[in-house]
Design a protein around this ligand. Structure first.
Ligand SMILES: *Cc1c(COP(=O)(O)O)cnc(C)c1O
Ligand SMILES: [Zn+2]
Length: 415
């Protein structure tokens, strides 16, 4: 029967296409490939789907037909429908015609991670879990702790012990079990993978990762919807594990396939920090897999040395005519300042990476001035304050008008 909605069919191995039931599993028993959610969108009518989306809630659940649930779940904390801002002053500085900033810092815990966590936590509840957990580079910690608190679930959050203080404080406040691990994110992730086999918990980015990853598609849907059901020519997305980068494009492709939007897949540019750039390096070296690295960068939210979706990110960058760039810490700081000074948006280091890559592509002449470009700003500047410390001057004066004039305006006051 052709209904007016899609069917969530199964979990499917991205490598060998083996199918599995929709449970908490993430790796293929045959080939150890990663699993993803498989759908049948053939029952969706484009015009009707569009009307349904437009009549939907101002959250990611307006895209419920493209998410892994039979019916939209009730979630206590929302996510999504963040501003897409036309950044004319930024475009002008870069010599481009049309630049848009997708400001995902406007989510409840101030990063795009609320999109993936709201989906993962809803799925964890549906599967009957009472405890949620995660291995985090920072923003996931904030988000899991908050969404678990709102849903009344117990949570365990594992972070590298050298995380930014702001991210630690903005996680602990929600009343989670916060565990700082002496090691890199990759050590934390290995620990959580081990624990996921021993504890009956939903680790949002380990055993329920296939569902978690689906949340990132909504960033792509929103960009297309907010551009008036059109695609941009190019999108710049930061890469940690590579999941967001690949899922944004998957979102575009699903909508192209069902005829909800027209045109071609945008050129996809991935952005990494030079201090942790396994995917950018593999791209430059023409490799199809990444060699793991030990991270050393101020962009801690992107500091994954062994990125799970690296091969898929490489494939997407090549297939879309894009690329993957790496920028150094000083370029990241400049990127944060450039975005702040031209748009009024203060982003964290990951957004500095994205802006710096955009600026490099523009300078190098890779972007046709006629293009419509979207930069995805994934996190909030107040969480990585050290990145801007000392980058500007403060005047300290006595509370007198002449002191102000002298110090700030450089004016000698004539008595
Ligand atoms: C997690 C994160 C990303 C990218 O994550 P992926 O693992 O590549 O999906 C980008 N920006 C910020 C701010 C993040 O916290
Ligand atoms: Zn397989």
């Amino acid at each position: 029967m052709r209904g007016s909605r899609c069917r969530v069919e199964s979990l499917r191995c991205k490598e060998c296409a083996q199918e599995y039931p929709l449970e908490a599993r993430f790796v293929c028993d045959n080939c150890f490939g990663p699993l993803e959610v498989a759908y049948d969108f053939s029952g969706l009518d484009a015009a009707e789907t569009r009307r349904k989306i437009q009549a939907g809630p101002q959250t990611i659940w307006r895209y419920a037909d493209f998410l892994p649930f039979e019916r939209p779940p009730q979630t206590a904390l929302a996510a999504g429908v963040t501003p897409l801002i036309k950044a004319d002053r930024l475009a002008e500085r870069l010599g481009l015609r049309e630049v848009w900033v997708k400001n995902d810092a406007a989510n409840p815990t101030h990063s795009f991670k609320d999109r993936v966590v709201t989906v993962a936590v809803a799925k964890a509840r549906e599967l009957g879990y009472d405890v949620v957990a995660c291995a985090s580079t920072g923003n996931l910690a904030n988000s899991v702790a908050a969404h678990a608190a709102a849903a009344g679930l117990e949570s365990y959050v594992f972070i590298p012990s050298d995380l930014e203080e702001q991210k630690i404080l903005a996680t602990g406040v929600y009343g989670t079990h916060l565990v700082a691990v002496r090691g890199s994110y990759d050590d934390v992730n290995r620990l959580c993978t081990e624990l996921s086999f021993e504890r009956d918990w939903a680790f949002v980015n380990v055993n329920v990762r296939p569902y978690y990853a689906e949340g990132s598609k909504t960033l792509g849907y929103e960009i297309a919807e907010q551009l008036g059901w059109e695609l941009p020519d190019r999108v710049v997305v930061p890469i940690a594990s590579g999941s967001l980068f690949t899922k944004v494009a998957q979102g575009f492709e699903e909508w192209l396939d069902i005829g909800l939007i027209k045109g071609d897949l945008p050129v996809m540019n991935g952005a990494q920090a030079a201090g942790c750039s396994p995917v950018a390096r593999a791209f430059a070296d023409d490799m199809s897999v990444c060699r793991p690295v030990r991270p050393d960068t101020i962009a801690k939210s992107l500091a994954i040395g062994d990125p799970a979706d690296g091969p898929y990110a490489l494939e997407l960058a090549r297939r879309s005519g894009g690329g993957i760039e790496a920028v150094c810490d000083d370029e990241i700081r400049d990127g944060i300042r450039l975005l702040a000074e031209t748009t009024g948006i203060f982003t964290e280091t990951a957004g500095g990476v994205t802006t710096a890559v955009l600026s490099r592509l523009a300078e190098r002449g890779d972007i046709d001035p006629a293009e419509r470009v979207v930069a995805t700003i994934t996190g909030e500047g107040l969480k990585t304050l050290d990145a801007v410390r000392g980058s500007f001057e403060t005047y300290e004066i006595e509370p007198r008008a002449d002191a102000f004039a002298e110090a700030v305006e450089g004016d000698r006051v004539v008595a």
